[in-house]
Design a protein around this ligand. Structure first.
Ligand code: ADP
Length: 190
């Protein structure tokens, strides 16, 4: 299964992404996790990334692509698919991803779009137990603004390509998971 997750911050993309990966036996490739790991290990790249992450700004495309591309190709070779969580996040990245997909026959079969009203998202982000560094109210609001400007347009982009699966992410977490599995099982059978 080759799946892209598309969701605003706070919609549950990480949790659902892991569950999808486990169900279909493919790697969960989370750009945010990959970046946070570089920062935690204090690599030279991590030092470059930390400012963007702390502000909730987008990481420049060349950095994103250098960290993601190899993992996607490897996931397809080794496991026959992937769950891409957090990438692509801009139209430019979506075009780049489509190019890689064509070159390597690894294009996504479905885009899971987790949809939830903004007040639900803000509540979840600022109430998050684990207290991620970029979850302060001001940064969370900024991440939602960045999402609305740069990432929301991907909803129409993927809908036009006929691969968008829209899920109500305001529902309880396990209900969301069941809805996603039902939709992806249909894609898999088709
Ligand atoms: P969330 O979906 O909760 O906003 P992520 O873990 O997906 O969180 O991303 C955290 C941060 O990592 C983003 O705010 C951004 O700074 C950076 N980031 C992740 N993916 C990308 C990407 N594809 N392009 C640019 N920046 C990214």
């Amino acid at each position: 299964m080759r799946v892209i997750m598309l969701a605003p911050p706070g919609a549950g993309k990480g949790t659902q992404g892991e569950r999808i990966a486990a169900r279909y036996g493919v790697p969960h490739i989370s750009s945010g996790d990959i970046f946070r790991d570089e920062v935690a290990r204090q690599t030279p790249l991590g030092k470059e990334l930390s400012g963007y992450l702390d502000r909730g700004d987008l990481v420049p495309n060349d950095l994103v692509l250098s960290l993601i591309k190899g993992r996607v190709v490897e996931a397809v070779q080794q496991a026959g698919g992937y769950v891409l969580d957090g990438f692509p996040r801009t139209l430019e990245q979506a075009e780049a991803a489509a190019g890689i997909g064509r070159e390597t026959s690894t294009s996504a079969q479905a885009v899971v779009y987790l949809d939830a009203p903004e007040d639900v998202l803000i509540g979840r982000l600022t109430g998050r137990g684990e207290g991620r560094a970029d979850d302060s109210a001001a940064v969370a609001r900024h991440r939602l603004t960045v999402y609305a400007e740069h990432t929301q347009p991907l909803v129409d982009y993927f809908a036009a390509r006929g691969i968008l699966v829209k899920i109500d992410a305001a529902a309880p977490m396990d209900v969301v998971t069941q809805d996603i599995f039902a939709a992806l099982d249909r894609v898999k059978r088709s």
